[in-house]
Design a protein around this ligand. Sequence first.
Ligand SMILES: Cc1cc2nc3c(=O)[nH]c(=O)nc-3n(C[C@H](O)[C@H](O)[C@H](O)COP(=O)(O)OP(=O)(O)OC[C@H]3O[C@@H](n4cnc5c(N)ncnc54)[C@H](O)[C@@H]3O)c2cc1C
Length: 439
Amino acid sequence: MKHPDRIALSRRGFLGMAAGGMALAGAAAPARAQKVATSARIVILGAGAAGTAMASRLVERLDGATITIVDGRKRHLYQPGFTLIAAGLKPASYSVSSTGEWLPRGVEWIEEAAAEIDPEANRIVTTGGKTVAYDFLILASGLKLDWDAIEGFDMALVGTNGIGAVYAGPEQAAATWGAMDRFTDEGGKAVFFRPATEMKCAGAPLKYTFLTDDYARRKGSRGRVEIHYAAHNKSFFSVPIVNEKVRMLFDDRGVKPSFDHVLKAIDPGKKILTFATPEGDREMDYDFTNVIPPMVAPDVVRNSPLPWQDGPWVNEGWAEVDKETMRHVRYRNVFAVGDIAGVPKGKTAASVKWQVPVAEDHLVADIEGKLSPAVYNGYTSCPMITRVGRAMLVEFDYKNNLTPSFPGVIAPLEELWISWLMKEVALKATYNAMLRGKA
Ligand SMILES: Cc1cc2nc3c(=O)[nH]c(=O)nc-3n(C[C@H](O)[C@H](O)[C@H](O)COP(=O)(O)OP(=O)(O)OC[C@H]3O[C@@H](n4cnc5c(N)ncnc54)[C@H](O)[C@@H]3O)c2cc1C
C-alpha cells in the first residue's frame, strides 16, 4: 500500500510534507489497515476533482471491488487556475489536462454522462442507455452553471462588449483577461457581483474585483476607473471577520459597494446589467463585468430522489447528505462529495480534499461491517487574492472558526506574499496529488 500513514498524520505534520505546504487541512481519520477484500460494485458519478480522488483512494483501499466511474467529459479542468488565467498570469492550457490520465488502473471509465439515478433500484442509466447497477454510489458530479437563468447572456460574447466570465472555462477565462486588460487601459466602469445561490469558491468574485483594481493601479489608469461590487445579500463574505476585512479593503481601494443585488439580465449591446433588489429592478451600466451565474445541482441529481426535500436548498438540488459523514440521509449506500454535496460549507477543492477520505472511510467500514469515526468538520479554504503577489489565506470550518494551518506563521487576514505563493504555486501541486489519492 502506498500511503499507509497518510490519514494518521497530524494536520501540521501533513502540511509540512505537502508540496509547498498548501494549506488544505481538515478532519482526521483513523490509520490505514490492510486492503479490504470485497466484491462490492461501486459507481462514482463524475470524474472531476472529487470523483477522481475517490477512485484513486478506493483502488488503494479495496481488493476485488468493481469500481466504475461515469463521466462524458474528456478534459479535466483545474478550476482554481481560472482566476490566474483571467489575470493574464497563466495561459488557458494551465488548467487543462485529460480525464483519462488521472484515473487509476483498476477503474473502469464509462465515457458518457449519467442520465438517470434510481436509488431505489440501486442503478444508474447513462446517456447512451447503459444500465449500471451498484452496491455503493458516490455522487461527485460537481455543479451546473445556470447561464440560461441570466436573460440576454450569450457565451459567444465573452471577451467582447466588456463581458468576462471567469467561471465558464479556461478559454473564457483567457478571453476575460483580454477584456480586463483593455478595460484597465481605457478606463470606465466595472461592475462585479455574485449569484444568490450556493457557489463554488465564493471568494473568486472578490478576488477578481481586487485584481482589476490592482491592474488599473499598475497601469496608472485607476483615476479613470470606477469599480462597483454588488453583493447578493448584506455582506461580501459569509464569515463575519473575513467580511469585515473585505469591507475595509474595498473602502481602502475605492470599490463602491451595493447590497441585496441579484443579477437578472444583461444587455450586451447597451452594456446594462439589471439587478433584482428589494426596491425593484435596478439597471447599472458597465464597461467591464465578470458574469457569474446561479449555481445548481446537475439535472441528473435534481431530477432524482437524492436532493434535499425541504429547507433552503430545495430549489438548488444539492444532495441530502449528513454534513459530518457525507452519507446520504435517506439512501445509506449513497455518498456525495465535492460541489454536489448539500452541506453548509465547502464547494472548494480544499473541501474535496477533506470530504473524500471521510466518505471513503465510512464506505469501507460498511463493507467491513464496522463503524467509522471519521468526521468532516466543514473545513474549506480560500486563498483570497488581494493584488498580484499578495493574498490572504482564509481557512474556516462549519462554525466560521478560522482554522489557520500555520498559526503564528501565516496570519489568515494579512495580505502576504507567502499566501499568494500558496495559490500561485503550491495549490496545483497539492490538487494533483489529491487526484492521485496522495494528499
Ligand atoms: C473560478 C474558480 C476558482 C476557484 N478557486 C478555487 C481555489 O482557489 N481553491 C479551491 O480549493 N477551490 C477553488 N475552486 C473550486 C473547485 O475547483 C471546485 O470546488 C472543485 O473542482 C469541485 O470538485 P468536484 O469534483 O465536486 O467538481 P468538478 O471538479 O467540477 O467535477 C465534476 C465532474 O462531474 C462531471 N459530471 C457532471 N454531470 C455529470 C453527469 N450527469 N454524469 C457524469 N458526470 C457528470 C463533470 O463532467 C465533471 O467532470 C474554484 C472554482 C472556480 C470555478
